[in-house]
Design a protein around this ligand. Sequence first.
Ligand code: ZN
Length: 480
Amino acid sequence: MLFWDLKTGAPKKGVPYRAEAIGMLSEEAFRLSTSDAMGEYLAYFDEPDRSSSLDSIMKALVRECRKEYDKYKKIPEVKYKEYVILTSEAECVWEDAKKNNDFELFKPYLEKIVGYNLEFIELWGYKENKYDTLLDLYEPGMTVEKLDAIFSELRSRIVPLVAKIKESAYQPEDQFLKQYFDIGKQEEFGLYILGRMGYDFDAGRLDESEHPFTTGINPGDVRITTHYYPNDFISAVMSSMHEGGHALYEQNISADLYGTLLCDGASMGLHESQSRFWENTIGRSRSFWQKYYSRLQDFFPEQLKDVTADDFYRAINKVEPSLIRIEADEVTYNLHIMIRYEIEKALINEEIKVADLPGVWKEKMKEYLGIIPPDDTKGVLQDVHWAGGSFGYFPSYTLGNIYSAQIYNAAKKEIKNFEELVEKGELIKIKDWLAEKIHKHGKLLKPEEILLQVAGEGINPKYLIDYLENKYKEIYKLEF
Ligand code: ZN
């Protein structure tokens, strides 16, 4: 709650004291979760006759507490503190480095951060690949072996798809999206769509922040933010639907799990599947706008009077290789992630050095997207993740897209008249299905267990690629 307030409306002069309070509470939480008392509790529940008598919730709770405890306990406290200080300094330095296109400034920090991560991996242990240990922090059970196969399949079909799209004679016109759109009306429309999705405003609220995010305080209080641009209204609509998807997940976790470590998403990837399901699969679909485009025209009659629903649909699905990940379309987005994955994997396995990154970045951008960033600001320095030490996080975004396509495929089979419901704007049934199949479990089940239950198989990128090929074949009139 302190963090949400800091990002949405805390007065400037209150920031230093607020930051101190957050630091103090975080340290206290860390101290409690790695305390001797916690070690004793876990040992108590580890006794074989006791652990076998626990119910499923208690069992999962002990499993998650043990994971947290081991993760921090294996690192000497001094080292952990040094690392926290290093990454918070690095985030400030990164901001300057990005602003001034100065990779050399950031380089020594990144070298140290990679060094610490290598030390942590030794302390935590690993089996096949060192990078597996970092992947597991965000996506339990994910490995380099699995991701290599996934990305190789994506690469073999998405790189040629992007090339075909680029050559197509039918390029959507999207200039009309860049007109002036009143911010008050943007907000009103965002609130309207969130309501239609089934976001519970008695258990949440929408605010504005620099970067959109979701804060789940408890399932009865899940707040989201968006950012309004007067000349790019689609950005706020899509980010509201994205964060709305995250929020629906947290609002619908079963009441049995409130107040425990299990009251959370099963993994970063699964959480991201929910946001991307609403943002892309629903929010960028023809069926969805069949219902809501006329409503949107009511909000912006001047700006959209000469734009047909079809023009609008094509415009919000324009594909264009671009330099910045967060501005990328559905098709090229996964290539941005692939670049980061390959770089992280090579760094952690000490096959490349931090000093090589700007060059490697440019080579890979050229190879997969056919464009080369003019500088490091629009290249290797664009994301904050590495400054914060979040190695292993990026793949979650693509996993989210893959899960979302698998969930969509299952939903179409299980929910009667799925497309018709979307066309009529009756989205609550879809939300209820997601809540029942995914949300209610929180962290009780592992991501692969949930996926197996929902989709009837493990992770499979085929559904995402098929979805992208079919959708964009039609938009760009491609021949296959
Ligand atoms: Zn997200």
